[in-house]
Design a protein around this ligand. Sequence first.
Ligand SMILES: [Zn+2]
Length: 302
Amino acid sequence: MNGKVILVIMDGVGHDAAVTQCGFLEGCVELGRARRWKMRAALPTVSAAIYETLHTGLSPIDHGVTGNEALRRSTRPNTFSTCRQHGLRTAAVAQSFFFTLYQSRPYDPLLDVECDEPGEAIQYGRFYSMEGYGAANAAAPAEIDLCAQANLLIRRTDPSYLLLHTCSADTLGHTFGGDSAEYLKQAWRIDNALARVIPSWVEAGYDVFVTADHGMSSKGSHGGAEAGMRDVAFYAFSDAAGPREDQVLEQLAVAPTILSRIGAPIPGTMHEPPFLTGRVAGFIESPAVVSAGRAPRKPARW
Ligand SMILES: [Zn+2]
């Protein structure tokens, strides 16, 4: 039987912002309903480059989308195309860069905000442009509206893979800086909206993964290799076995991990092994963790 995965990308939310601001996600970790690792983003830490990395398992230097200016249709096997090859349904609520990467034509802001096209790589998509965003207007949808769109796509289409991508924290980070009240508050707003949907998605049988493409420097930038740009959190609502939580995960392993959880074959271009495997009752991943005196985890389900 195939599994189902929801990937949430909190664009620009660095590791420390997630850990300090996302009270729902951290509360789930504290209660044993989820696990959280530090993940090292690929380089360069630019959004379009990492969107493609998260879906192809390749470094930007290898897949060729090395920056937002280099945005074009993906030329490599990716999570969406692999699901489609194996007859699995796909859906996304995401900024229009994802349309450009994975659909068969350029994004048209007057037609492509809603896409219900079974022949496309993203069969059911809700796309936003953020056209004209800047300091005066972030032009980002409300977090709960994005969650609602994803929720409806899940109910209506029962996708094997759904991507939910929110760009608001990245926008505010660029405007106000990665240590600003505005940026940190937005990280919490994402968490607050996710708190209202993740329990039902887990109940519906999904593995839910929440991470970021990259972080944000205190000066409001990313693209480089400093820790604030490169370190992100990876939360997993899943009863799969995984590595110790003090292990730093590689972002190149996200795509093969998702395909493995869905039960789709992993393309030969994805070289990193999946970091979540199998399905274990009771959710205890490592005897070393238990022997260190920590209580066994509760089941991941609500
Ligand atoms: Zn950015």
